[in-house]
Design a protein around this ligand. Structure first.
Ligand SMILES: [Zn+2]
Length: 247
């Protein structure tokens, strides 16, 4: 990203093991931010192997209150073409075997997850896109699969019938853990390819990487504008997610 100054980095120990990488402390046009590459700096950690609990715990330890999550997805809804940018508003979780809560022993919490994404951050993204004249889809249901393989044509057909607009492999349990940590969380998904069966072509990672690279200028501009629109104080329910959630 342009206008980014690296001002420090830190490794964080967590009760859940090591996060994916060191946390980079950044100054972006006067806004202090922390960046973490969820797949590791060399993209060596597969989606099902990401230590989501350690990653979110590390952000919490560093005092982070809002997470702007970026991800690549396959388009299921015919409106979503390679290069489309979607501000997701719902999630369907199809992952298996991932550690998905901080509360497994002694304490039981059932957090309200009817709105998985922070309404304030979603609004900031949408307002930013309008301000820079970037076409984005302001809603979309993200189905999260376990991976690392891509999906079958029958799976995509099924996900389409249950209302999924796009398919990715990382939003869960990341979004749920952020909610338990009372951190605001919002996902911007870039459509990098058409999902299996929507396209007749074979799915390749080359196509994914090429589209991400092409979309990076638009994403940078969107992030930069969004950061400038986020208010210092939170006025959303995210900071109180654990209230009345304990059994
Ligand atoms: Zn929030």
């Amino acid at each position: 990203m342009p206008n980014v100054e690296l001002i420090g980095q830190s490794n964080v120990d967590t009760p859940y093991g090591a996060p994916s990488d060191s946390y980079k402390q950044l100054m972006i046009s006067g806004v202090e931010a922390v960046f973490l590459a969820r797949h590791g700096s060399g993209h060596t950690i597969a989606p099902h192997k990401v230590n989501y609990r350690a990653n979110i715990w590390g952000f919490k330890t560093l005092g982070v209150e809002r997470l702007l999550s970026l991800g690549a997805v396959g388009g299921i809804n015919p409106l979503l073409l390679p290069g489309s940018i979607v501000i997701a508003d719902q999630i369907i979780d199809m992952t298996t075997g991932r550690a998905s809560t901080f509360y497994e022993i002694d304490e039981v919490y059932h957090v309200d997850f009817s709105e998985p994404f922070c309404p304030e951050l979603r609004s900031a993204f949408i307002e930013a896109a309008r301000a820079i004249n970037l076409p984005v889809l302001t809603r979309g249901t993200y189905v999260c699969t376990n991976g690392p393989r891509f999906e079958t044509r029958a799976e995509i057909k099924y996900y389409a019938t249950v209302g999924a607009d796009m398919v990715g492999m990382t939003a869960m349990p990341e979004a749920a853990l952020a909610k338990e940590a009372e951190i605001c969380y919002s996902t911007v998904a870039t459509v990098t390819n058409l999902a299996a069966g929507i396209s007749t072509e074979k799915l390749t990672t080359t196509e994914v990487i090429e589209t991400v690279n092409k979309s990076s200028i638009a994403l940078n501009a969107l992030l930069l504008k969004t950061l400038s629109l986020i208010q210092a104080q939170r006025n959303c329910p995210c900071g109180q997610a654990l209230k009345d959630a304990k059994i």
